[in-house]
Design a binder for this molecule. Structure first.
Ligand SMILES: NC(=O)C1=CN([C@@H]2O[C@H](COP(=O)(O)OP(=O)(O)OC[C@H]3O[C@@H](n4cnc5c(N)ncnc54)[C@H](OP(=O)(O)O)[C@@H]3O)[C@@H](O)[C@H]2O)C=CC1
Ligand SMILES: O=C(O)C(=O)Cc1ccc(O)cc1
Length: 436
């Protein structure tokens, strides 16, 4: 075996796609001492990136052909919806015996593209960092998939990506998609639906008495965070993941079932359904259920709300009750998925756990779900938004997804400029919560 130092001098690493994730990877790889790094974005971006990376010690190439022909390890870091087209174009230029990986958030279409367009003499090892580009990758999960590769080639890939200082999780691409459908796709739909419901009501949650303190902070911050990101990341991992449709469909169904019981004030049935689901998800004490235990002080500390705490009104937490109902119906134990947690999923599960472990709070939520007329409008909009998102994913139309996403993002954007501090607080809070 060549020594690690010699490998760092001689082995050529390629990155195709210089968006947020591509740049994060390129910078980490170079910082770890790899000397030959070839990078490119679209050919029409060549001059821009040549200038941008002129002092970074990387070889900026005009296109993916140039990167593919000379690199021993290549990562495609492009939009999931473009992966087939981009691999079809550059894949045939891959160097003999090279290792090819992808960074898309959904693996089925990526692996299909690799199998279809890459020469047989090329190894396929895929990867997925389970965090966004602004989160420190240290200690975060990094999924590694040894799909069509020798042990020796897989180990090279592991050595290169050890520069991320992440926790490596070895999975098959099918396992990856099944788990992330739950940890990512469903979580996003819940927050996207909150955002859409607020937008439909033309309501900024930090000005509303139902959204004061504790777990409400997390809901508001996380929803804003998603809407300030790129739509294609969320659209790709929901629409292109074959497992995501079922899970998202069930989440919307759980919202709908619970909402129907609420408006009919069927207390006994509603309570027993919520309790049974809660018992399934949070009841047993086993090794796989190590609690997250978010603290009150932490949750209360970074509030965006301008409403005083004593003016707060109880909330039904329909979004959280439905999440637990959905897990129960599909037989999912979210703690088993913590190996693939994203910061968002951990917080989402954390606030759900917080509600279900606090008997008084859960009783209050159940009571207000059934009898508090004040929040019916919010719950009705949430029900209709979750149905809309589930239908959009089910139909699988990327343009419809983009339009829905951007319409809501625009509503919040108008406030970002007026209340710049809100956004800063939002970013700060997320970082603090993620540090836990
Ligand atoms: N953002 C996130 O939080 C995470 C994203 N991911 C995944 O990583 C991938 C990249 O995401 P991200 O970096 O955020 O997205 P970006 O949109 O920032 O980056 C994608 C880049 O790929 C470029 N690209 C498209 N086609 C080509 C081509 N033919 N040749 C070269 N470059 C091309 C795009 O150029 P142009 O803009 O001109 O189209 C763009 O610069 C996605 O699949 C995403 O799902 C994974 C983990 C986290
Ligand atoms: O935490 C989340 O779910 C995010 O929103 C960030 C994110 C988005 C896409 C990924 O593939 C991985 C992480």
């Amino acid at each position: 075996m060549v020594s690690y130092d010699i490998e760092k001098e001689s082995l050529e690493i390629g990155l195709i796609g210089l968006g947020d994730m591509g740049q994060l990877y390129a910078n980490r790889i170079v910082a770890a001492g790899w000397k030959k790094v070839n990078i490119c974005d679209q050919p029409n971006q060549y001059e821009k990136f040549k200038e941008l990376f002129k002092d970074c010690g990387m070889n900026v190439c005009r296109d993916g052909h140039a990167v593919s022909r000379r690199s021993d390890f290549i990562i495609y870091s492009v939009e999931a919806e473009n992966i087939d087209r981009v691999v079809a174009e550059y894949g045939p230029s891959t160097k003999l015996g090279a290792i090819v990986a992808g960074q898309t958030s959904v693996k089925e279409p990526e692996i299909r593209a690799f199998e279809k367009h890459l020469p047989d003499d090329v190894h396929i090892v895929s990867c997925h960092s389970l965090h966004g580009p602004t989160v420190d990758s240290e200690g975060q999960p990094l999924v590694m998939i040894q799909h069509r590769a020798s042990k020796e080639k897989f180990e090279i890939a592991l050595r290169i990506l050890s520069c991320m200082d992440s926790e490596v999780v070895k999975l098959s691409y099918k396992e990856h998609d099944r788990i992330t459908a739950d940890t990512q796709a469903v979580t996003h739909v819940a927050f996207l639906s909150m955002g859409t419901a607020w937008k439909t009501q033309r309501q900024f949650p930090w000005e509303t008495p139902q959204y004061v303190g504790g777990i409400e902070n997390v809901k508001v911050h996380m929803a804003l965070r998603i809407y300030s990101n790129k739509w294609h990341v969320y659209a790709g991992l929901a629409i292109m993941n074959p497992s995501a449709k079922t899970q998202i469909q069930q989440y919307a169904q759980s919202v709908s079932d619970l909402f129907k019981l609420m408006i009919q004030e069927k207390e006994k049935e509603f309570k027993s359904r919520v309790k049974k689901a809660g018992e399934f998800v949070f009841g047993e004490c086993s090794d796989s259920r190590e609690p997250i235990l978010l603290s009150d002080t932490l949750l209360d500390k970074y509030s965006l709300s301008i409403v005083p705490k004593d003016k707060r009104k109880p909330n039904s937490h329909l979004s959280l009750l439905a999440m637990v109902d959905c897990w129960y119906t599909l037989g999912i134990n979210p703690y088993e998925h913590m190996v693939c947690q994203t910061p968002l999923f951990r917080l989402w599960t954390g606030i759900t756990e917080y509600l279900f472990r606090n008997a008084e709070m859960l009783e209050e939520a159940i009571h207000s779900a059934l009898y508090s007329k004040d929040i019916r409008a919010d719950d009705m909009e949430f029900y209709s938004a979750s149905k809309g998102w589930a239908e959009c994913v089910n139909i699988g139309n990327m343009h419809a997804y983009q339009k829905r996403f951007e319409d809501t993002a625009k509503f919040f954007e108008s406030r970002y400029s007026e209340e710049e501090t809100s956004l800063l607080v939002c970013c700060y809070v997320v970082t603090k919560l993620e540090e836990r």
